[in-house]
Design a protein around this ligand. Structure first.
Ligand SMILES: Cc1cc2nc3c(=O)[nH]c(=O)nc-3n(C[C@H](O)[C@H](O)[C@H](O)COP(=O)(O)OP(=O)(O)OC[C@H]3O[C@@H](n4cnc5c(N)ncnc54)[C@H](O)[C@@H]3O)c2cc1C
Length: 432
């Protein structure tokens, strides 16, 4: 399946396909603009198919088809740090949010429970289908569901109008984004919505203003008189304190030389840059549906089939690369995704049972008990993986994480606000 089949209105040249080669070409095309052009132009939302002033690399970074370190290296090979500071800082927003949520997983759990609790009103359906009568908002709802992407400024305006003008719960807005974004990410999305609501940076909500929208859409939209610009932060509990971060510092000797199966997930699809000294006996791709979530109350999957398919294609791309990378080592490469999983035909329990059984058979055939995967941060992949690890069919397996130096370096500093975190970036870059 091609990207155009997933999101039919996406012009062929608009957004890069979500595989490593397309991510690298987009990086190559964009890197020259990552200095002054980005700093000056990044706030302009020029509309679908015209997002050339930003990188459009989020879907690749989110899945680590290309890594943060790789993007930063490419940018610093063309610009000095002061010139590229704005762009590099944005990359570190992703990192900060990851670390912040990792140390406060209850914020994620609370969002999921809220989704099961909140009623679904007709106003919600109107907003999601772009029928509110606010032209900019309706156009962004359409762009999101038809391309899977929104510019950062549009995400901020959209979330603000959702919360403060339409008075809809932020949690359901975050659900709408997660359902359709090609880069849907537990940390950036949940905390991005909480930031707009004034819950993340306490008491400082973000107001979408008609003048600002007019200016930064270059007059495409001017919703004067339609927006509530007098806003107050949404009520909510204080942010929980940071819990200690236990990132295992595992080295390739993780399995003491025993053969192991590497489990590939769409949280980290660049196997070549993971610290693995020995080649795995087998690389097995977990089903793309592991990146989705079945809502308890309604029993439906949260994320759209188009985004599941995107993960399935990204996983396939990584499996093909693994075949090449380990061609000389006799590594077997297996895709545990089935045709059904991408189409959301399975219930969550069936998905776990089926995958556990496949994996148990594989362990037995290969005489392997060690299962290794790249660290899974808070989110759907991690939740499914934990259920897999607890499955009786895999009770004799030993489970190991490998972690990246990039995460170990930065995540523990996400204890307070972004600015103390940001002040450490030059030192981190110097020490890599
Ligand atoms: C309400 C809301 C929800 C969001 N949901 C997501 C999400 O689910 N997934 C996601 O990847 N991003 C999310 N973002 C952040 C940001 O909007 C996107 O990362 C960015 O628009 C992606 O486009 P780009 O790659 O062209 O960004 P660029 O402007 O080119 O930035 C380069 C990279 O920096 C990172 N980045 C930039 N801005 C942010 C930011 N504000 N927060 C975190 N990382 C950032 C991304 O990895 C991005 O690819 C959200 C922002 C808001 C306000």
């Amino acid at each position: 399946m091609m990207m155009d089949d997933l999101f039919p209105e996406q012009a062929a040249d608009a957004l890069p396909a979500v595989d490593r080669a397309s991510g690298l070409s987009r990086l190559e095309a964009f890197v020259g603009k990552a200095g002054g052009t980005y700093a000056k132009g990044r706030n302009y939302d020029l509309g679908p198919g015209r997002h050339q002033l930003v990188s459009c690399l989020s879907a690749h970074l989110r899945r680590r088809l290309i890594t943060e370190a790789e993007v930063i290296d490419a940018v610093l090979s063309r610009h000095n740090f002061p010139a590229a500071e704005k762009f590099i800082t944005e990359i570190y927003w992703r990192t900060y949010f990851k670390g912040w949520l990792e140390m406060r997983p209850s914020v994620w759990q609370q969002w999921l429970s809220d989704l099961d609790r909140l009623p679904r009103h007709a106003e919600l359906e109107k907003a999601c289908s772009g029928q509110t009568g606010i032209a900019c908002f309706d156009a962004w709802a359409h762009e999101l569901t038809h391309t899977g992407y929104l510019h950062n400024h549009a995400r901020m305006w959209f979330a603000s109008i959702w919360i403060f003008t339409l008075r809809l719960p932020w949690q359901q807005g975050a659900e709408f984004f997660m359902a359709h974004l090609r880069d849907g990410d537990p940390a950036s999305n949940t905390l991005g919505w909480r930031w707009v609501a004034g819950l993340q940076t306490r008491g400082k909500p973000y107001a979408a203003r008609a003048d600002n929208i007019d200016q930064f859409t270059k007059g495409r939209f001017a919703p004067h008189g339609q927006l509530n610009e007098q806003i107050y932060a949404v009520d909510g509990p204080e942010n929980p304190p940071a819990s200690p971060l236990a990132l295992p510092d595992l080295t390739p000797s993780v399995c003491d030389g025993r053969p192991y199966i590497f489990l590939l997930t769409a949280e980290d699809l660049h196997l070549d840059s993971l610290p693995l000294a020995d080649a795995p006996a087998c690389v097995a791709g977990l089903p793309a549906l592991f990146g989705n979530h079945q809502l308890k109350a309604e029993k439906r999957w949260l994320r759209s089939p188009a985004v599941d398919q995107m993960d399935a294609l990204a996983l396939k791309d990584a499996l093909t690369r693994a075949e090449n990378s380990f061609a000389e080592s006799g590594t077997e490469v297996i895709n545990l995704d089935t045709d059904h999983s991408g189409q959301q035909a399975l219930a969550s329990d069936q998905l776990i049972d089926q995958t556990a059984q496949h994996l148990a058979d594989l362990c037995q055939r290969l005489q392997v008990s060690d299962l290794v995967t790249a660290y899974l941060p808070v989110g759907f992949w991690c939740a499914h993986y934990q259920r897999l690890a607890a499955h009786p069919a895999l009770s004799s397996a030993r489970w190991h994480y490998v972690t990246r130096a990039y995460d170990r370096q930065a995540w523990p500093s996400a204890t307070k606000g972004f600015y103390p975190f940001k002040s450490k970036i030059p030192a981190w870059l110097g020490r890599r």
